[in-house]
Design a protein around this ligand. Structure first.
Ligand code: SF4
Length: 357
């Protein structure tokens, strides 16, 4: 934590999809417009910019489609859909909840480029649904959106992109998002249960397996989890071992993956104990200014300690998850928002370590 420079972290966050989160009133169209909102979609609709070229130059890829440029998918679709189904949906929920106009603006661009007749934003969360619905209506009434965009709780077929990627499209067209270099060598730090922890330069596209087994000398046991982007990174299962480490994708997600610090955990690791240790760290860095972080971190710490002692019930699991979700969307700064990510991903990917009934 000593090496984490908060100014650098905040600067990184302002470059990408989350730049409007916490910076504008999510239910105020005027606020968003005053900060440059709907300028990007206006340029696109008036054909002042070549979006496909810009997106290709930016090498924009989705979290789950790292080898495919989104520009190569945007070649025409009758219906385009903003929807996500992965464990990191909390990041998408964040931008949908805190900056719904970014998603509406992105949908205008998404529809225009694909010449789509219909745009659907799929979201289950009640707060995000209401804010997005209001944003669609407000933008239409203000003459900023003439597209057929609806918000739905039901999934629909069509060309799908997640909310974070779409928000990045707005930032790229605004020329405010600078992607990390996609090619060449890049420094990465690896630690935890590997024989040769350290900092290595690896080629973009190196797999996690190659990094662990060949470059870092191998794991000390069977790999159970990989934490990508410590300290606030996601706990991923060993299913990702053969995925490529894509630096642009790491950077796209801001601080969560952008630290390029990878921690390997082997099968001897109890994920509840791991999260208990992590929450001890989070308690130390929380300043206590806002309620969901101040009380939420303390309560989660107490409850996860109960899990470690053996009180691993479904009720505990659900309560910890609920507190973490509230922290992620209801806190003032990245420590609370990103701080919930390790908890949520550990609960999602290592459920059996938290429920032993
Ligand atoms: S989220 Fe940030 S501001 Fe709020 S209590 Fe935590 S550290 Fe302080």
């Amino acid at each position: 934590m000593e090496n984490l420079d908060p100014k650098k972290v905040l600067a990184d966050l302002t470059k990408n999809a989350n730049k409007y989160c916490g910076a504008v009133n999510p239910i105020c169209l005027d606020d968003y417009v005053a900060c440059g909102g709907y300028e990007a979609s206006s340029k696109v609709v008036n054909n002042e910019v070549d979006v496909i070229s810009i997106l290709k130059d930016a090498n924009l890829v989705a979290r789950k489609k790292l080898n495919e440029l989104c520009a190569d998918r945007w070649i025409g679709a009758e219906t385009v859909v903003c929807e996500t189904e992965d464990p990191m949906a909390i990041l998408d929920l964040k931008v949908q909840t805190e900056a719904p106009h970014v998603i509406v603006e992105a949908m205008i661009i998404f529809m225009h480029v694909n010449n789509a007749k219909k745009g659907v934003i799929v979201v289950n969360d009640e707060l995000a649904y209401n804010r997005l619905d209001k944003a669609v209506t407000d933008a239409k009434n203000a003459g900023l959106n003439d597209k057929d965009i609806i918000v739905s709780k039901v999934s629909i077929d069509g060309l799908k992109e997640n909310a974070q990627l779409l928000a990045n499209v707005v930032a790229i067209v605004q020329n405010s998002y600078k992607p990390a270099p996609a090619k060449g060598l890049k420094g990465v730090a690896i630690g935890g249960k590997v024989k040769n922890p350290g900092i290595y330069e690896i080629e973009d596209g190196t797999t996690y397996r190659k990094l662990i087994e060949e470059i870092a000398g191998g794991a000390t046991g069977k790999v159970k989890a990989i934490k990508v982007g410590a300290p606030y990174g996601e706990y991923l299962s060993s299913d990702i071992l053969d995925e490529k480490i894509n630096f642009m994708s790491l950077m796209m997600n801001g601080m969560v993956r952008g630290t390029a610090l990878i921690i390997v955990l082997d099968e001897s690791t109890d994920m509840a104990k791991e999260i208990s240790d992590y929450l001890g760290f989070l308690l130390n860095v929380s300043c206590g200014k806002c309620f969901p972080c101040k009380v939420g971190t303390k309560r989660m710490d107490e409850m996860v300690k109960e899990v470690v002692k053996g009180n691993a019930t479904i009720e505990n699991y659900n309560m910890i998850k609920s507190i973490a979700v509230n922290m992620n969307i209801g806190t003032l700064c990245p420590i609370g928002q990103k701080g919930a990510v390790p908890v949520l991903t550990a609960l999602e990917n290592f459920r059996d370590d938290f429920i032993k009934e």
